[in-house]
Design a protein around this ligand. Structure first.
Ligand code: ADP
Ligand code: MG
Ligand code: MG
Length: 355
């Protein structure tokens, strides 16, 4: 069997995707599978690399980590090993796709739709769950439907803002108290998100968010701990122990997360047993609310008085060896290698059940 690992991509999370892809490739059981790396450049070109077969090839993949894109550029002066391909040409017998793409076009159901049309098994959430999980407005509406607690929010679209900003200010200020968080509905890794403490900042934050999406959500800002729970399964799910993202700064933005590394992961989180129990229950409920498959990481806010609010679900969470999702499962009893294998098996199970 062959695993087609698709990574890179046009989104702002291109580099994180590369790191994740190499962590995963190293841990795929080479005894069972060949790996076909498929790299999507920042411009959106699909490149097919040399297939990786057996322990030597996997050891080579390990070395690639230092210059991940090297696999597709020049290998010590040699010509490029990457061949430009038509995305649809990845269809093959006995193939499972492992899409390791974050953000728009990767985690939002679009590429999942392509795999559906190609009729290929693929790891992770399907079209609906990916789209619903990515869109912060749609997911909030689904969470509301199943009674999950969340902070108050005001959604709107660009056209409404352009036509009558005053009406939008009134809706926001009539529902929320400063500080508020302004977010593009479809993004990740804090891209386009800002905190606003007053109307001037609110205006700037909205203009910033509109650079990334025509759908915007403004949320009540809260002072809370950030705790996360992993979900693994298809129709029947398991939840992981709960972890905490311990922040040295109030707002955990892209730079803090990936550049300055000012966050540490506390696993398991130091929270009361009842809170952890509730969080795990909510994480499973959220997974079902979006019709999840394979994996999600569900993120929550926890206030000082132990009130829990769901923040979001991520359908392709960070997945390097140092990322929260695999570390949560390691603590729960599934190591990285077996987690990757379980995801491949879940993809096959889901595919076979449909056929
Ligand atoms: P992303 O999908 O980009 O991770 P999030 O909704 O998780 O977007 O927001 C990114 C970060 O911004 C959160 O991890 C948290 O630190 C902060 N944040 C977001 N919403 C709020 C809020 N309502 N109150 C306080 N902090 C928030
Ligand atoms: Mg997210
Ligand atoms: Mg988040």
């Amino acid at each position: 069997m062959k695993i087609v690992v698709v990574y890179g991509g046009k989104s702002a999370e291109h580099d994180i995707s590369i790191l994740t892809a190499f962590s995963i490739i190293k841990e795929i059981y080479f005894e069972y599978y060949d790996v076909q790396p498929v790299f999507i450049t920042k411009e959106g070109t699909w490149l097919k690399g040399e297939p990786l077969t057996g322990p030597v090839a996997f050891a080579d993949a390990l070395k690639l980590e230092e210059a991940p894109e090297a696999h597709f550029a020049t290998k010590e002066g040699e010509q490029s090993t990457g061949v430009m391909i038509n995305p649809c040409s990845i269809k093959d017998e006995d193939t499972v796709v492992f899409p390791i793409l974050h953000g728009p076009n990767g985690e939002d159901g679009t590429i999942q739709g392509m795999f559906e049309i190609l009729d290929m098994p693929y790891v992770g959430c399907g079209v609906l769950a990916s789209a619903a999980g990515m869109d912060k407005i749609a997911s909030k509406q689904l969470f509301q439907q199943v009674g999950l607690p969340q902070v108050p929010y005001v959604p709107f679209i660009k056209t409404e803002w352009n036509e009558d900003p005053e009406a939008i200010y009134n809706r926001i200020e009539g529902t929320l108290l400063y500080p508020v968080f302004v977010k593009p509905a479809n993004m990740g890794s804090s891209v386009g998100i800002s905190k606003a403490d007053n109307r001037d900042e609110l205006m700037a934050a909205i203009e910033e968010a509109l650079k990334y999406d025509r759908r915007i959500v403004v949320e009540q800002g809260i002072d809370a701990r950030e705790i996360e729970c992993g979900v693994l399964g298809n129709d029947d799910v398991n939840t992981s122990v709960v972890g905490e993202v311990v922040k040295e700064v109030g707002f955990y933005d892209y730079n803090e997360k990936y550049v300055n590394n000012t966050v540490t992961l506390q696993i398991p989180a130091e929270i009361p047993e009842e809170v952890s129990h509730k969080v795990r229950e909510y994480a499973a409920t959220a997974f079902k609310a979006i019709d999840g498959a394979g994996l999600t990481r569900c993120d929550f806010f926890l206030t000082e008085s132990n009130e829990i609010y769901i923040n979001e679900v991520n359908t392709m969470p960070g997945f390097t060896e140092f990322s929260m999702y695999p570390l949560l499962w390691a603590e729960t009893g599934i190591n990285y290698k077996n987690l990757v294998e379980e995801l491949i098996q879940l993809a096959l199970k889901r595919y076979n059940e449909k056929h």
